[in-house]
Design a protein around this ligand. Structure first.
Ligand SMILES: [Ca+2]
Ligand SMILES: [Ca+2]
Length: 148
């Protein structure tokens, strides 16, 4: 029994040694969950005159754009959180240029309404499976899959 007291600190010491950080080649965004976003414009009017927000996400990274997500129809506070599952084209091999996510209200006839945006850097969040962002009254979680 007494031996254990000598061995235990040694085991702890060995396991606490940090492994070298893996450097990923690219990363895929597999999903986004929206927890909150501005339900009205700054002047208090809702994004749609007589119904809830038709929410979708657009993407920019430097000069590159990804295809926007599908839009959810008539989103209200009761609809949250809202989950967007994303397909294969949300793959990024530039891990340093900031990614900007823009939330829009989809409109049929007039131009879509810009709601808010958040931005982040993959290089600040290397190897994390989820990123939590709270910016511009917009709360969301991004799910990531890393490729080495
Ligand atoms: Ca609108
Ligand atoms: Ca609507």
């Amino acid at each position: 029994m007494k031996k254990l007291f000598y061995i235990l600190p040694l085991v702890l010491l060995l396991t606490s040694c940090e492994e070298p950080e893996l450097s990923p080649r690219m990363v895929k965004i597999t999903g986004i969950t929206i927890y909150s976003f501005p339900m009205t414009a700054s002047n208090g009017t809702s994004w749609d005159y007589a119904s809830g927000t038709d929410l979708y996400i657009d993407w920019i990274q430097g000069d590159e754009k990804k295809s926007p997500t599908q839009h959810y129809i008539d989103v209200t506070n009761n609809s949250l959180p809202l989950n967007y599952e994303l397909a294969n084209d949300y793959m990024f091999n530039d891990l340093t240029t900031p990614v900007i996510l823009k939330l829009y209200d989809f409109d049929d006839i007039d131009a879509n309404d810009f709601i808010s945006q958040v931005s982040f850097n993959f290089s600040d969040r290397l190897n994390r499976e989820t990123i939590y962002i709270n910016e511009n009254n917009t709360n969301l979680i991004i799910n990531l899959e890393w490729y080495y």
